[in-house]
Ligand binder design. Structure first.
Ligand code: SAM
Ligand code: SF4
Length: 336
């Protein structure tokens, strides 16, 4: 991985003048969990494996976007660790000139056995999903009874040196009792816990606005036990509004994707496992890069297609507007 000085890196802008630095790559739509907010319980139709971009195709594409100005990658899915030989992909991406940071979002189930290989391959950071510490609540929301395996995975990942953030989807009627337990777990383990407002991306269409536990409510709940103060301008650096504990023991993040979206600061684009470029989590149209790659297009052709897509990157999502349209894909097939 070569580190390019900021001043030498090309700057990639979208049609709204936002600088795009981040590509989220879904490596599979498959998952060993069935979280209620993301996937149906059963009869999920997965992509044919032939349709997935190969490691060589992904590496080529990352070479193209890196020359355009993208230098941060996140591997996601589905569960990215279900993709066979994932450390090999990490190693290949790590060697792409200009890529400075590779992160992964995972449910941590397989980390106990594979964290070290991923770290050695060049993975820099982890975001780990953990919505509940209580065994029954975990089994209910994730539809798998395995909170201990996840906690073991997190411990191993920390032991091999990964910086870790924990993501918890917050849902009214479910999360209220877990929030303080998660905060205490984060404070004692040295993890930033980030609470994400429940978004309308579940496959079963259970999302309703009154199931969203809003960011300000989460902050109020935590404040009662652990006083917080906002970290100014944190939205300009990432999607989470961050707060530090006034006793100095760490911080939390709140991703108010519904109540206060960070679209004005959005610096990311997404690639689905079957090679479609999405310029917004909630995009209702996609740009088929796989067709170009498999059709013999040059790097310049691919770059041109990406630039055209960026010109029309959505100014923002429309969850709060009457003309909001749900995307056809559920979260596991988009890549969260
Ligand atoms: N399987 C991995 C995991 O769970 O971390 C990566 C993929 S998952 C789709 C990525 C992130 O999306 C997770 O943090 C998950 O909690 C979040 N997510 C999924 N569906 C969501 C929804 N409807 N609203 C908010 N966040 C959601
Ligand atoms: Fe799987 Fe992650 Fe979706 Fe849960 S949130 S079903 S772990 S892809």
């Amino acid at each position: 991985m070569s580190v390019t000085a900021d001043s030498q890196r090309p700057i990639l802008k979208d049609g709204m003048g936002r600088t795009i630095v981040n590509l989220r790559i879904s490596v599979t739509d498959r998952c060993n969990f069935r979280c209620t907010y993301c996937m149906p319980a059963d009869n999920v139709e997965f992509m044919d494996r032939q349709k997935l971009l190969t490691f060589e195709e992904l590496t080529r594409l990352v070479g193209v976007v890196s020359r355009m100005g993208i230098y941060r990658l996140r591997l996601t899915g589905g569960e990215p660790m279900l993709r066979k030989d994932l450390p090999d992909l990490v190693r290949m991406l790590h060697e792409v000139q200009g890529i400075e940071d590779i992160a992964m979002t995972t449910n941590a189930f397989f980390l106990k056995n594979h964290a070290k290989a991923l770290r050695d391959a060049g993975l820099n950071r982890l975001n780990i999903s953990l919505d509940a510490l209580d065994k029954e609540k975990f089994a209910h929301v994730n539809r798998r009874d395995c909170v201990q395996e996840v906690l073991d995975g997190i411990a191993t990942a920390r032991d091999v040196g990964f910086p870790i953030k924990i993501n918890a989807v917050a849902m009214r009627g479910f999360s209220e009792e877990e929030i303080i337990k998660l905060v205490e777990y984060g404070r004692s383990g040295g993890f930033e816990i980030r609470f994400i407002e429940f978004m309308p991306l579940d496959a079963d269409k259970i999302w309703e606005r009154d199931k969203v536990l809003f960011g300000h409510e989460i902050v109020d709940l935590i404040q009662k036990k652990f006083p917080l103060e906002p970290i100014q301008d944190s939205l300009e650096i990432g999607p989470a509004s961050e707060y530090r504990f006034t006793d100095g023991l760490g911080k939390i993040g709140i991703i108010t994707a519904v109540s206060n979206p960070f679209c004005d600061y959005c610096n990311r684009i997404r690639l689905t496992a079957d090679g479609k470029l999405r310029t917004c989590l909630f995009s209702t149209n996609e740009h088929n890069l796989k067709e170009l790659i498999r059709g013999g297009a040059s790097d310049a052709d691919i770059e041109q297609k990406i630039r055209e897509a960026l010109v029309i990157k959505e100014p923002g999502h429309k969850i709060n507007l009457d003309d909001f349209e749900r995307p056809d894909r559920a979260m596991h097939a988009i890549g969260g």
